[in-house]
Design a protein around this ligand. Sequence first.
Ligand code: ATP
Ligand code: MG
Length: 543
Amino acid sequence: MEAKNFIEEIINRDLESGKISQVKTRFPPEPNGYLHIGHAKALCVNFGLKEKYGGTCNLRYDDTNPVKEDEEYVNAIEEDIKWLGFKWDEKLFASDYFDKMFECAVLLIKKGLAYVCDLTAEQIRETRGTLTSPGTESPYRNRSVEENLDLFMRMKAGEFADGEKVLRAKIDMASSNVNMRDPVIYRVVHATHHNTKDKWCVYPMYDFAHPIEDAVEGITHSVCTLEFEDHRPLYDWVVENCGFEKKPQQIEFARLNITNTIMSKRFLKRLVDEKTVDGWDDPRMPTLCGMRRRGYPPEAIRDFCERIGVAKANSEVESSYLDACVRDFLNKTADRVMAVFNPVRVVLTNYDGEEFFEVENNPNAEQISSRRVSFSNELFIDGSDFEVNPPPKYHRLKPDGYVRLKGAYIIRCDRVEYNSDGTVNTVFASVVLNSKSGKDESGLKVKGVIQWVNARDCVPVKTFRFKSLLLPAKDGVTDFTERLNRDSKTEINGFGERRLEDAKRPDRFQFMRIGYFAADGKDGEAVVFNEIVGLKDSFNAKS
Ligand code: ATP
Ligand code: MG
């Protein structure tokens, strides 16, 4: 199998050498928030390996911290993974291994490789040394095995308060790797855990728990992000000294960063808690539920992750690149419809009755289909397609000017009726009757083509258009809240073809000449749409 990246090269070697016979990966989210586009990257890598090599991928909740985790997130995470189209093999909780982890800790104590330490968190930090100087050994480092076992059992029995005692691995306070300087592996936390409730008051640290989880499950390649590179020696130390025969291999890759996009769950949670956004699924959020609501197709997100590939060095991807992937997919899949914003009423004075045009849904679709669009003497056009005092080279409708109505006729603006406040009430126009699209015998050369809707046969639409939640980074500005774009959501109303009447999530359309929109429920009579992405890159550059 040809390797697409360095992870697959490692796997190919391991398969060829016989080190492994089947690839086993896992996706280990911490249930302390909703998944975001960065997690999609990790999902694509781990589930991508399962799919490519016919292996397995477990969903494992990293719920070793009782304080921050919640059931709400567990359900949301599963919905998001399914939405992306991935299927996990086993669903597991790190907390299911608490017994095994405790057993491993006891084993380390018995081997003289772990000790109970009474230093405070601050003292531990202070004695850890620096990148250039070694740490100093804890005065509790040489407690006897018996004393350590006794104290650890009493930690478990709840005799000590939070932070009063910890269990540390006994490795090397002079190691050049700070992570190896007697790291804490167990701590006392008196808190109810969402899964194990009040069974435990000692909890394993991530660096101790993760390798054990991987080893118990027989994970072959434990793929994680670069910040864990320096933790790998500790990962290997735990696997080795806890006596696991099958040794999982940790491989690090660069986390996904996107311009003007903050993915840290802490920050996203703040946006939600402070009501800067309307919830985790606000269409401006980089969460998967936000993107779903915005109308991003899961296929486009997977395509994006595939195209940016897997790298060993951190970098930042332009957010417009994700937009481009979304646009590419929608161009092939989203039906075109006509909708108009800030509508202007147009009455055709020389036209009676009603007719229907057969209109193609999407010229780029794999399967060509069409629909009927009705036409009458009363229409709406987009507010931006009519100007009383047009600038030079304005090719849309203007007094005494001509324009083509897409798929229908050429019309001429004869007269404008105004409201008392000077705004346009109605445009009276005449139809060039022999100019029907496809059978135009008028001989008129008309440059502008605009969309329209039949005022007698349309539905009100309420739409939201979005800009990035964050403004570009500025020198010296470190607090994200100072970069918040207060103008990131705009409501704009109009009318759309009758066809939109039944639109519902996750229906997606191209509103011709405007952008791609996704249905998002109803508001009274109006069908609500979120703009997914503009038609061209230039739209985003302009806005
Ligand atoms: P955050 O910092 O956003 O809270 P996290 O790393 O704490 O993210 P976890 O729930 O622990 O979130 O992550 C689950 C998996 O997703 C981990 O393997 C993690 O490395 C990976 N992951 C998280 N963010 C990214 C990202 N931006 N790019 C790639 N992988 C990521
Ligand atoms: Mg984490």
